[in-house]
Design a protein around this ligand. Structure first.
Ligand SMILES: [Zn+2]
Ligand SMILES: [Zn+2]
Ligand SMILES: [Zn+2]
Length: 369
């Protein structure tokens, strides 16, 4: 994130003695003459106008003002001797700075009602035009009743979220329980041994046929294979970064005011940069499975099919499967393997000891002696 400075504005402080609002750079109250104490913070003016005077901007950037350790008077940063009492300022304490004060108040300030006589005054006015009373600063905190309403609303939402998570959690637990049950049944329950005789055998061998075909895909322009033909492209958000770039779009947040400690505020904006790139459709030639040729038989000499390949075609994956049907006293069991050497041992009529699982599958077979 890049912090962009939009400019500097004057802050205000409210005199704790008489309640008068004073311009930030002013060190003593314009109404009663009291000096601004260290504990009295600056606040935003009702209307923040960017300062154009270069000297004042330089002052705003100079660093926070300091308070004399002896008389408490505010002095600009870099001052050697207190302007009020002449004391050495090396032991002076700097005002706090860097705090975010709130959103930059760009527009004209709302009118303020005089607390004494009720007259509406200009938003920037310090004193009532009719009775001369000190006017409070604009943007007072919301009334307690309104705040309570907000709290009640914000409390409701998390409760609903927990409810949803609860349902998902129960589902996940149930699924784990089912999987665990299946595992227990298949592994812990003992498999039994029974005698069986080979009744019949069969084999299946298949070869996939692949063909070079045009496929249309989408990707970033620089990710597209070199031999592909590029179609239409559109500008699309590639990523967001903190650093500015030539082809990037700047996206900035709401400007806000930061306390400089000098009676001025710095109006800043946090910006990010959206980098756009070409997102394109392209056509490339890729091997795709278009057919499977299968050969099967019930003898002991399995053969691979010999497909006729067309132009732009090639052999793909091969698969082989061998099935043996055992006849036992209770029922017939089918055993399957992909090993042709093992298959050749199951001669029709030969007798075997079968290990049968609880779910009825044949786990292994050994010759019966
Ligand atoms: Zn005052
Ligand atoms: Zn002093
Ligand atoms: Zn008034």
């Amino acid at each position: 994130m890049v912090k962009k400075t939009l400019g500097y504005v004057e802050l205000e402080w409210t005199c704790p003695q008489c309640g008068t609002r004073n311009p930030g750079p002013q060190k003593a109250c314009s109404s009663c003459g009291a000096a601004q104490p260290k504990k009295v913070e600056f606040h935003q003016a009702a209307e923040e106008e960017l300062i154009t005077d270069q000297a004042e901007i330089a002052q705003a950037k100079a660093g926070p003002d300091v308070h004399c350790a002896f008389c408490g008077a505010r002095n600009p940063a870099g001052t050697v001797k207190c302007t009020q009492c002449g004391a050495d300022l090396s032991a002076a304490t700097a005002r706090e700075s860097g705090g975010v004060m709130g959103a930059h108040r760009e527009g004209p300030a709302e009118q303020i009602a005089c607390p004494q006589c009720g007259t509406l005054n200009e938003g920037t006015a310090v004193r009532c035009a009719r009775c001369n009373a000190s006017l409070p600063r604009a943007g007072a905190p919301p009334r307690p009743s309104a705040r309570r309403g907000l709290e009640a609303q914000s409390k409701e939402k998390p409760a609903r979220k927990i409810g949803l998570f609860g349902i998902v959690g129960i589902g996940v637990i149930a699924l784990i329980a089912i999987v665990a049950c299946v595992l227990i049944i298949t592994t812990l329950l003992p498999s039994k041994e029974i005698q069986g005789q080979v009744m019949s055998v069969s084999w299946t061998r298949s070869i996939e046929i692949e063909e070079l075909r045009d496929v249309t895909r989408e990707d970033w322009r620089d990710e597209i294979p070199a031999d592909a033909s590029v179609g239409t492209c559109t500008d699309k958000l590639h990523h967001t970064q903190d650093q500015p770039a030539a082809n990037a779009r700047e996206v900035c947040g709401t400007p806000y005011t930061v306390d400089k400690g000098t009676g001025h505020g710095e109006v800043v904006q946090d910006c990010q940069y959206e980098v756009y790139a070409d997102w394109c459709k392209y056509t490339a030639r890729e091997w795709k499975q278009v057919d499977t040729v299968t050969l099967s038989g019930q003898d002991y000499s399995p053969r691979w099919p010999a497909p006729a390949f067309g132009a732009q075609q090639r052999e793909g994956d091969q698969r082989q499967s061998y099935k043996v049907v055992f006849e036992t006293e209770e029922k017939n069991y089918t055993y399957e393997t992909s090993d042709p050497d093992e298959y050749s041992q199951y001669q029709v009529g030969s007798r075997w000891i079968l290990k049968v699982t609880a779910l009825g599958g044949v786990r292994s077979a050994e010759p019966a002696r």
